[in-house]
Design a protein around this ligand. Structure first.
Ligand code: PBG
Length: 334
């Protein structure tokens, strides 16, 4: 036998020498759920180990992440029912706590990279990412609202905006709104291939943002989020977002869509992000709580596989845990 692949696997040293992929904490984005108020750290029941935070409790949490080399955070607001309306106007209201909290985090920790959520669902009384009219989502009426939200978020200090709504034409609309308002340096991480997935459940629990049941309200998000059966369509979405000025393109969820991550990474020259969504994390947590899997091994293997598939950036609820483990083990999680 001339060729023995096992020779390169014979020791820790040869394995780390020949390891093809490393994922560092700097490449992760930590999703954080916010609540208005004080002294709140309330666990999301369907996503153990993740919390809804008030700003006073959140600042020390962010500080401890920064110490671990984790610098990027995506912030999602839980919004009180009284602020919700048909067109999501609170999304760009001056007294929206989401915008104030962002300013406060940026002031205290200017070295962070803060990413926003641009979509109507936290503020929309129907629980949809677009405006509902006569039982349908009105795409074009939604765009100006997204544009206003985007400008308000840029003003608040977000570094990168994350349109998660899947309306047609919104990247261009948002880019132009930002440029017109002078925010030429605010980036856009487009949710490019966001699928109508069953894996968003814990997130919707955390924010109470699921589509509301009722007459004349679409019962799901299938007319705007993509069909899990489709791959070519992801290329079409990506071509549009690319041409409309996206700085990053995201695939969401991650694990069930590794082929899509690979496809976009092979075909486009901007960074590809993957959102390892709440349901995907919850599955792993549940199996580990049952003693069926070993978290310290299964979690890093999972994140590494998403990175290996072609995601340069990963949004994951395990970001902090991974960063803690990285500090000790420097990529050797076997
Ligand atoms: C909504 C939004 C969702 C997620 C991020 N932004 C849920 C949805 O589309 O209903 C899901 C993230 C997760 O499950 O972790 N704009």
């Amino acid at each position: 036998m001339l060729i023995r692949p096992r020779r390169n696997r014979k020791s820790d040293a040869t394995r780390s020498l020949t390891r093809e992929t490393y994922l560092m904490p700097e490449q992760l984005i930590y999703p954080l759920f916010l609540m208005d108020g004080k002294n709140i750290k309330s666990e999301v029941p369907s996503l153990p180990g993740n919390f809804r935070w008030s700003i006073d409790m959140l600042l020390p949490e962010i500080e401890s992440c920064l110490e671990l080399g984790l610098k990027s955070f995506i912030l999602f607001p839980a919004v009180d029912q009284k602020f919700k309306d048909k067109t999501g106007t609170h999304g760009y209201a001056a007294d929206n706590y989401y915008l104030k909290v962002t300013q406060e985090i940026k002031k205290r920790f200017p070295e962070t990279c803060l990413i926003s959520d641009v979509a109507l669902d936290p503020y929309n009384i129907d629980g949809h990412d677009g405006i509902v009219r006569n039982g349908k989502i009105n795409n074009d009426e939604t765009l100006p609202i997204l544009g206003k939200m985007a400008v308000a978020q840029a003003q608040a200090g977000f570094d990168i905006l994350g349109p998660s709504d899947m309306m047609d034409g919104r990247i261009e609309y948002i880019r132009e709104s930002l440029d017109d308002a002078g925010f030429v340096d605010t980036g856009i991480m487009a949710y490019t291939a966001k699928y109508a997935s069953a894996f968003y459940g814990p997130f919707r629990d955390a924010l109470d943002s699921a589509p509301v049941e009722g007459e004349d309200i679409p019962k799901d998000k299938k007319t705007y989020q993509m069909d899990p059966a489709n791959k070519k369509e992801a290329i079409r979405e990506a071509m549009l977002d690319y041409e409309e000025g996206a700085d990053f393109m995201m695939v969401k969820p991650a694990l069930n869509y590794l082929d899509v991550i690979h496809l976009l990474n092979e075909n486009f020259d901007i960074p590809i992000a993957a959102y390892h969504v709440s349901g995907e994390c919850a599955m792993l947590i549940a199996a580990c709580q049952n003693g069926w899997l070993d978290f310290d091994k299964a979690m890093p293997e999972t994140l590494l596989s998403i990175h290996r598939a072609g995601a340069q950036v990963i949004l994951t609820y395990f970001a902090k845990k991974y960063a803690e483990m990285w500090k000790e083990r420097r990529g050797d999680f076997g």
